[in-house]
Design a protein around this ligand. Structure first.
Ligand code: CA
Length: 226
């Protein structure tokens, strides 16, 4: 069965361009031209993924994303204006999996969709990852340290997930960027550092050694010992 994508876009030309391209790529596509129509469509036929334009005529896109995220896990890719940095940050914080800036190349959109759908289906398979005192239940989106439940944001979870799947293996920033975001932020970016710092704060306590360790000049490694 082909995967179903809900496109939320009020500009008719862009919507029909996306529909044609995605159908050609083998997806089934439904287009909603307002936030209200998107929420109704998602209830009617739950999509595998949502492409969400942030500038909608009725409910603002961020609110639509929040409401969609209240249901079962669902990858959301936001479309934003080039200068809307605050929107992108708010969207990613609010649980959108990724974003694309308009105008974009259709090939790039397809690549991002593949990344998100692949990751999503991997997460649906119930498995418990264990590295030292850390356990991760991908399906339940649950992380524990020595049995203590730790609350992570969606992106923190994804970053940790990459390391949990490659314990004791040094991962470069590029590898993590590629697996979590589907593209490289470049060597000037400190996006990963920000997430690593947040994860350490949440995972470490006074009596636990550092598990997510810096390998200077290379990247990071997750180990159970010091
Ligand atoms: Ca729009």
């Amino acid at each position: 069965m082909s995967q179903h994508i809900l496109v939320v876009e009020d500009e008719a030309e862009i919507a029909s361009y996306l529909r044609r391209g995605l159908v050609y790529a083998g997806y089934t596509v439904e287009v909603a031209t307002s936030g209200a129509a998107a929420l109704a469509a998602a209830r009617e036929r739950p999509p595998d993924m949502v492409i969400l334009d942030l500038g909608l005529p009725d409910i603002d896109g961020l609110t639509v994303a929040q409401r969609l995220r209240a249901g079962p896990p669902l990858p959301i890719l936001m479309l934003t204006a080039r200068d809307a940095v605050a929107d992108r940050v708010a969207g990613l914080e609010g649980g959108a999996a990724d974003y694309l800036t308009k105008p974009f190349a259709f090939e790039e959109l397809l690549a991002r969709i593949h990344v998100q759908l692949r990751r999503h289906s991997a997460q649906q398979e119930r498995e418990i990852l264990v590295v030292g005192a850390l356990t991760m239940d991908a399906a339940a989106h649950e992380v524990r340290v020595s049995g203590r439940r730790v609350e992570l944001t969606a992106k923190e979870f994804e970053v940790l997930d990459v390391f949990m799947r490659h314990p004791r293996q040094v991962l470069t920033r590029e590898q993590v960027y590629d697996r979590v975001w589907g593209y490289d932020f470049g060597s000037d970016s400190n996006v990963l550092e920000v997430y690593v710092r947040a994860l350490r704060q949440k995972l470490e306590s006074a009596d636990t050694p550092r598990m997510l360790q810096t390998v200077r000049g290379v990247g990071y490694v997750l180990r159970e010992d010091t």
